[in-house]
Design a protein around this ligand. Structure first.
Ligand SMILES: Nc1nc2c(ncn2[C@@H]2O[C@H](COP(=O)(O)OP(=O)(O)O)[C@@H](O)[C@H]2O)c(=O)[nH]1
Ligand SMILES: [Mg+2]
Length: 639
């Protein structure tokens, strides 16, 4: 069965609460103070069965002091009943509530003229005229206007059938979003514990679900659920829902928190948004202005930064701004909010989140920023994804897209797949990039390697560690690896032993260098296990002190080719000397029943001093030729 949320709206004493009672039999004024004073202070709830539709009513207070409470209930409604008393006609909060509904993007509704019993036909006709003027050009332009008397019951049945008709036209809530329930009430029920209520704006909640409370991220579990006063196992989008929670005290719960699945929605304190300033706002919305942001059932203070050249958005105009919030909130692209002035409190504008995780913007970038925000708001899903990754130099993964859009995983996967097919985004290591960004990143890396080859013809290339530090300092290792693999597959580079080089790069060992290389190799081969220091080796090979730097590069060539082996620091041995020593060591071990050798025996066997013996033994341990056991080494058998 279809579930619809109807919100009342209108000036104080125009008969909103009486109307809800006439329709449902339920008194939505539940607070003792409301009963005593006969006015609605906070939002109240009632429900009505209309055959194929269940209607949940959110009855709001009309007094201007309680607009804040009105906003906590008005955010999730499908349909508004704009209530106007026939004896008073349009009054200030009639206009304010109506404007708020427009700013919140409410699409459906009707006008109810109450207190019909108090006026004659002439007066009623006059009020109808005023209403026409009020709603002209709005979503209520062609909406039904029904006159009723809650006192006599006249018109109430007609109103029910009108409500039913409209409710049937209201499109079902999209099933494409992850669950969110903004909490508008929290209380303790004896025998049950903490209970919260709210309009389940998206998704579904089931018994035993594990959820979190945003923005704090506190984990809770669903113990039970109620919709329209009856216990259910599952509540779905568009239903007024009461959730009995375990794992939390009522004192920790607050109006404005949002229930959502764990690890989906990080909170934010900076938001880019498109706003429309009310035509009759007293002044422009300006940079540095402090405002109240009403989002979902929450209220937070924020500073405005207009993303407009003029630094302001004039009454009646739309524009972009950044909100720097004083407290964290949870929100995704497309979420509506209302801005009210700090003091005195007036509604000044309504907005829609375009980017819930924007950077701060430089003044000269704002035109570009606005273009991107327009794509985020009005673009197709693919364009939204492309606009999101545009701002992510280190890539954005599917979880990042969910956090910004609130889309379910399947929707994200489909959007990403289709954006890739269109070539407007590219993927590497599970992260998505603007096609150009990823191409640039790859190209820069290849350029860097080529520049290195040009500067250092004797070098094999650049180590992957250096490349990562230079080109992907903040990205995940997976991403870097994926980019390198892509470049390898494209034939743009070759990796050998953690060194990246251009495919055609061969070390330019010129005739002179080749001769030096051979001389240096001879020096090391002749030294056997009495390895010279690098400086000593260079001097023996006849390299002048001023040429040492170059000589070291030629030594590197020998190391890279495996002719020289680093045993410790700058201590190198010729590979043949090491092979020879290992052969003798194994022969020695074979003559011992336990295959063991101590340092003294090793020194004698190799004919070397302690200075070489210890590093060599440690090298042999690393190479698994020997295994340390107490003061001795056991020589492993050589397969
Ligand atoms: N005569 C008459 N009085 C009404 C009607 N509807 C509401 N009232 C009275 O108007 C006053 C305000 O009604 P209430 O529902 O509290 O207004 P709200 O502030 O808009 O919720 C109450 O005294 C109601 O009894 C109606 O249709 N006819
Ligand atoms: Mg009321």
């Amino acid at each position: 069965m279809k579930s619809i949320i109807v919100g009342t709206a209108g000036h104080i004493d125009h008969g909103k609460t009486a109307l809800v009672r006439a329709l449902t039999g339920i008194d939505a004024d539940r607070l003792p103070e409301e009963k005593r004073r006969g006015i609605t202070i906070d939002i109240g709830f009632a429900d009505l069965d209309l055959g194929e539709v269940r209607v949940g009513f959110v009855d709001v207070p009309g007094h201007e002091k309680f607009v804040k409470n009105m906003l906590a209930g008005a955010h999730g409604i499908d349909l508004v009943a704009l209530v106007i008393a026939a004896d008073e006609s349009v009054m200030p909060q009639t206009r304010e509530h109506f404007e708020i509904c427009r700013l919140l993007g409410v699409q459906h509704g009707l006008v109810v003229l109450t207190k019909k019993d108090l006026v004659d036909e002439e007066m009623l006709a006059l009020v109808r005229e005023e209403v026409k003027g009020l709603v002209a050009g709005s979503f209520l332009d062609r909406a039904p206007v029904v006159a009723v008397s809650s006192r006599t019951g006249e018109g109430v049945d007609e109103l029910k059938s009108t409500l039913r008709e409209i409710a049937l036209q209201v499109p079902a809530r999209s099933e494409e979003f992850i669950t969110r329930l903004p909490i508008d009430r929290a209380f303790t029920m004896s025998g049950f514990g903490a209970v919260v209520t709210g309009t389940l704006i998206t998704g579904a909640i089931e018994e035993a679900d594990e959820l979190v409370l945003l923005p704090v991220g506190r984990r809770v579990r669903v113990r039970g659920l109620q919709v329209h006063g009856s216990k259910v196992r599952r509540a779905t989008a568009g239903q007024r829902t009461a959730v009995n929670l375990t794992g939390i005290e009522t004192g920790e719960l607050e109006r404005g928190m949002v229930l959502a699945p764990p690890n989906r929605f990080p909170s934010t304190q900076i938001i880019d948004a498109r706003v429309t300033v009310l035509e009759d706002a007293v002044r422009s919305l300006r940079s540095r202005q402090r405002v109240r942001v009403h989002i979902g059932a929450a209220e937070a203070l924020a500073r405005v930064r207009a993303l407009e050249m003029s630094g302001e958005i004039k009454p009646g105009a739309s524009g972009f701004l950044q909100l720097r919030l004083e407290a964290p909130v949870a929100g995704v692209i497309g979420d509506r909010f209302i801005l009210r002035s700090y003091s005195p409190q007036h509604t000044i504008a309504g907005g829609v989140i375009a980017d819930p995780f924007p950077p701060k913007h430089r003044a000269r970038e704002v035109a570009q920023v606005r273009a991107r925000l327009n794509r985020l708001l009005d673009g197709s899903r693919e364009e939204k994804v492309a606009a999101l990754v545009d701002n992510a130099p280190n890539g954005l993964n599917p979880a990042g897209i969910v956090a910004r859009t609130g889309w379910r995983d399947q929707i994200v996967a489909a959007a990403v797949e289709s954006a890739r097919a269109q070539g407007i985004i590219a993927e590497a290591g599970g992260e998505f990039f603007a096609t150009g960004t990823l191409a640039d990143l790859k190209q820069n890396m290849v350029k860097d390697i080529r520049a290195h080859h040009a500067a250092e013809p004797l070098s094999r290339g650049l180590s992957l560690e250096i490349l990562r530090g230079r080109h992907f300092p903040h990205a995940s290792p997976d991403l870097f690896r994926a980019v390198v693999t892509d470049l390898q597959q494209d034939g743009a580079l070759v990796i050998e032993k953690d060194i990246a080089r251009a495919p055609e790069h061969v070390r330019a060992v010129s005739g002179e260098d080749a001769a030096l290389r051979d001389r240096l190799e001879e020096v090391y081969r002749d030294a056997k296990l009495a390895a010279p220091s690098i400086a000593e080796a260079l001097s023996r090979a006849g390299v002048a002190t001023s040429q040492q730097q170059h000589g070291r590069k030629v030594i590197q060539v020998l190391i890279d080719s495996g002719r020289l082996v680093r045993v410790d620091g700058e201590m190198f041995f010729h590979a043949s000397a090491l092979d020879d020593m290992i052969t003798r060591l194994r022969a020695f071990a074979a003559s011992k029943p336990n295959r063991a050798i101590d340092v003294a025996e090793f020194k004698e066997l190799a004919g070397i001093s302690r200075k070489y013996a210890i590093p060599l033994l440690e090298y042999l341990d690393r190479e698994k030729v020997t295994r340390r056991e107490g003061d001795k080494r056991v020589v492993t058998s050589d397969e």
